[in-house]
Design a protein around this ligand. Structure first.
Ligand SMILES: [Ca+2]
Ligand SMILES: [Ca+2]
Ligand SMILES: [Ca+2]
Length: 356
């Protein structure tokens, strides 16, 4: 049975509208070494992991549109929202914003390129309901998921330069001031160095980390760059088709992400009703001459259907019902089965119902 309790109550309306479609909290910030690490956000002497987390939050939460770097392959950020992002049927649900752009000469529909630095997306549903990202993670299977060149379960370890490390400048390229800055080793018996550039002379290893090495595990996308000049003067980083962060410009529909793409380890669909948390990590392991290693940048994220939903409600009296918990968390567009008090929004009207 269902009883309509009250007429429109302003307080509850405000409570619902106070929900934000944007990131509400950064839970963890752990970049791999990189040319913008310790600068985006800026490390200051004495900062610990929590202070750096707060700086990352200040940059990308609440639609502030600052910027953080994730460093080289594997470096990541974990953030969340103040509500569940619903998996709306047959459409994308959210966007993770970055700073990808196409360079004009390569802006052709067939193969768009410029500065595209794809980040892998993982999502999590707060299954244990404790409001914390301690539940199972699911990767969004983007356009390259079945590409034979993708390395799944890739593992990469970066090593802190020794205290007595001496830079090895390149003899052929003035931009590379230390070609042995960060040693790395992967689980395919490869090793090499991330070099330091003359444009970014700060340490590239995260300075708030005490450990002498950092290991990351995940999916490695194939390299996406081409040296169009043939002499190292002009690199283009091509966008993958869909399903990644910092891969297409933010306003391109191909930047949008669908919770439907979330898969289990064996590749079967996860069938999530929605998500509370997102993890993004740099997806390629490459460096391109004077522009250095490829590192995903993040500037924010948005529940696009929630934004559109608010607009729908304001613009139409005929929109579908939307159900919320008594605390204002969005549930969905169909009446919940469980007993309790719910808030319903329909058109310009907002009211409570009791389900018994
Ligand atoms: Ca969807
Ligand atoms: Ca949890
Ligand atoms: Ca970027």
């Amino acid at each position: 049975m269902r009883y309509k309790l009250t007429l429109l109550t302003l307080a509850i309306s405000l409570e619902i509208l106070a929900q934000s479609p944007y990131i509400s909290r950064v839970w963890e910030y752990m970049p791999a070494p990189g040319q913008f690490v310790n600068e985006l956000p800026e490390y200051q002497e004495g900062d610990d992991a929590n202070m750096m987390r707060l700086k990352a939050e200040e940059a990308i939460a609440d639609n502030n549109r600052g910027m953080i770097t994730l460093g080289g392959w594997g470096g990541y950020v974990v953030f969340g929202f103040d509500h569940m992002i619903t998996n709306s049927a047959n459409k994308c649900d959210f966007v993770v914003y970055g700073n990808a752009f196409y360079s004009d000469t390569n802006n052709q529909a067939a193969k768009q390129g410029g500065s595209c630095e794809p980040g892998i997306i993982q999502v999590s549903f707060d299954a244990n309901g404790n409001g914390r990202p301690d539940d199972k993670w699911y990767e969004l299977a983007g356009s390259e998921h079945n590409n034979q060149a993708v390395k799944h379960n890739y593992q990469l370890t970066y090593f802190r330069p020794a205290n007595d490390h001496i830079a090895t400048p390149s003899v052929r390229n003035n931009a590379l001031i230390d070609t042995t800055h960060i040693l790395w080793k992967d689980n395919h018996s490869n090793s090499g160095y991330m070099y330091q550039l003359t444009y970014h002379t700060q340490p590239y290893f995260p300075q708030w980390i005490d450990k002498d090495s950092l290991t990351f595990i995940g999916t490695r996308l194939p390299d996406n760059y081409a040296d169009l000049s043939g002499n190292g003067s002009y690199y283009v980083l091509y966008a993958y088709d869909w399903g990644y962060a910092d891969n297409h410009p933010n306003d391109n529909p191909k930047a949008q992400l669908d919770i439907e793409w979330a898969v289990n380890e064996d590749g079967t669909p996860a069938n999530l009703p929605g998500i509370h948390f997102v993890k993004v990590y740099t997806g390629v392991h490459q460096q391109c001459g004077w522009i250095g290693e490829t590192s995903t940048e993040i500037t924010g994220a948005e529940d696009i259907n929630m934004t559109n939903g608010i607009n729908d409600v304001i613009g139409s009296e005929h929109s579908a019902e939307a159900y919320y918990t008594i605390l204002g968390s969005y549930i969905g567009t169909t009446q919940p089965n469980a007993q309790g008090i719910y808030i319903v929004r329909k058109g310009n009207e907002t009211y409570k119902i009791i389900l018994k």
